[in-house]
Design a protein around this ligand. Sequence first.
Ligand code: ASP
Ligand code: MG
Length: 403
Amino acid sequence: MSLTILKFGGTSVGSIKKISNVAKLIKKHYTKKNKLIIVSSAMSGVTNDLIKKSKQISKNFDKFEYDVLLSSGEQIACALLSGALLDIGLKSRSWLSWQVPIITYGDNKSSRIVSINKKEILNYINSGGIPIVTGFQGISNKKRLTTLGRGGSDATAISIAKFFNADNCIIYTDVDGVYTTDPKLTKKAKKIDKISYEEILEMASLGAKVMAPSSVQDAMINDIDINIKSTFTNNDGTKIYNNQSKFNKNPITGIAFTKNESKITLLGVVDRPGVAASIFKPLADNQINVDMVIQNISANTGLTDITFTIMRDEVKNCVKILKDNKKISYKKIIHDDNVSKVSIVGAGMITTPGITYRMFQALAKKKINIMVISTSEIKISVLISQKNIKKAIQILHKEFDLD
Ligand code: ASP
Ligand code: MG
């Protein structure tokens, strides 16, 4: 017997007709030899709508009620999906996270799954049933409903795959899989057949909307193979594996970008030991995530400039924290919201020299100025003016033979 986890995203179950189609798709997967556990997200738009309602009721909507409210979207989708399966003659029932239960830890809004009770669901599978479990949520040890962060149904699917020791985990969504870059920016973007966890983790955290980075990390740690596929086509999708570098002939697998970052520069910072720590500590204390950082070599003046990037919606808060910080001295703070980070990602770059040069050269040829650079073993990111994104992606896509 094998066990497959099928997860359906919001667009896959976005209407009654789509839910009926998903039921037919599930029927194709279901055989005596292959048992299934289904995880569903809320119908598309529902979670956003619930958030809107919470804001209309109160500027400070209670954080526990927020999770109760948001988790309701999945309940609707799961009940409808279960009803659709029953309607085509399959045995099915839904499980809300607290009925399983799926136990979570940490703050609501961004809890993490720590354990899943398998007993009832296993019995049900063995009796020939198809359980449908609500994604994106759980219950804390204080018996409060919790949610796992936006897009958290992936995390539910991965955790179920882990705790039930599943053989397969298929993430059904509205795209064919992971693309070399956003097809909206170049028609030459291609679907990637196989990608490593490390690469997809970089792609996801660098702005490619494939899966939530924390879910990929979970899959990586637990060595769960994932297949990302479209609900609407029969195409093969993208497989996520360990250790792509072994079989990949291209040094670069994909190009990701962000559009929601800002660059902050502190000009004329007194250059002495501990100053960077004094700048960044209060930011960390306020949960502001700093991404790229550069510090210029100070001239004889003993002053230096420090530039870093953060999420755009934190700029106001960040500038205020910097201004209130009595431990640092500088001449001026400036910020630029019209920036974008473009990154090339590939496990193959570990063993291929000259990638950095090729990237910079290609951008230079198109007269695209690089403001900040950061690298890891398998990615190179540059910060550029937002108006150049499309041009940059197209030229890099070509340069690294992804066209
Ligand atoms: N429905 C939730 C959201 O929209 C969870 C998910 O889609 O995975 O964030
Ligand atoms: Mg979703």
